[in-house]
Ligand binder design. Structure first.
Ligand code: TIU
Length: 233
């Protein structure tokens, strides 16, 4: 590593965020991309089976692509998560299976294979945001990325203290993960245009909850604020 890069990775970066600037160091920050899977963003997957308009989430793709490129160029680690279950559904609780009483359920066959099952096409991360070699992918059976996964061990072994969180959906898996992370002592910045919901009003409410009360769960900023703050490659 040359001197310029060494200096850049240890220098504090300030992001113009709410409720006040978010200060990070590149070497102790991860970009955490939650559940950008075909099952949530394409027709015939889990989101669709729950009765949602999946096209509402697709506005996050372009800004997220730019953020992932900038993070990689700045030397920040990118970690991806996927919500899903073992093919025998042995890690699927009866409560999660039954919830909603919909005709199509987790494990049923759909146009992209079995819904929310690992190894099926619908479980894959969308091609536009595919992980690059070396980036950890965390498979999670729940809504939170810390529940029943090795995410905390991976973050701790790398000395990570700060998480920049994006993905879907804002009020479900993103929010659950931010709450889990907050209680574990991580400082979270949620990118408003890189998170999305099937319910725009819940997206807004979820972001408001994060930054309320002095940032009770963390910080919120548009991706433009992060892009301005990150050092160029
Ligand atoms: N239904 C919904 O909004 N979300 C989920 O079921 N999982 C995630 O948020 N990833």
């Amino acid at each position: 590593m040359n001197q310029a890069v060494a200096t850049a990775t240890t220098t504090a970066v300030a992001v113009d965020a709410e409720p006040y600037p978010y200060i990070l160091r590149l070497q102790s920050t991860v970009l955490l991309v939650i559940d950008m899977q075909r099952d949530f963003l394409e027709t015939g997957g889990f989101g669709d089976a729950l009765g949602n308009d999946v096209s509402l989430l697709r506005a996050t793709i372009d800004p997220m692509r730019a953020v992932m490129a900038a993070a990689r160029a700045a030397g920040m680690t990118v970690i991806h998560t996927r919500e899903g279950h073992r093919p025998d559904l042995s890690d699927l609780s009866a409560a999660k299976y039954r919830r909603g009483n919909f005709p199509t359920r987790i494990g049923d066959r759909g146009p992209m294979g079995r819904i929310l099952v690992r190894g099926e096409a619908g479980h894959d991360i969308i091609a536009e945001l595919a992980p690059i070699p070396g980036e950890p992918v965390i498979d999670k059976p729940g809504k939170g990325a810390f529940y029943a996964t090795d995410l905390e061990a991976i973050l701790s072994s790398r000395g990570i203290t700060h998480l920049i969180v994006c993905g879907v959906t804002t009020e479900v898996c993103v929010h659950t993960t931010v709450r889990e992370a907050n209680d574990r002592g991580f400082d979270c910045l949620v990118l408003s245009d890189c998170t999305g919901s099937y319910f725009p009003e819940l997206h807004e409410a979820a972001l408001a909850m994060i930054k309320a009360q002095g940032g009770i769960f963390g910080w919120v900023a548009p991706s433009s604020a992060l892009l301005e703050a990150l050092p160029a490659a």
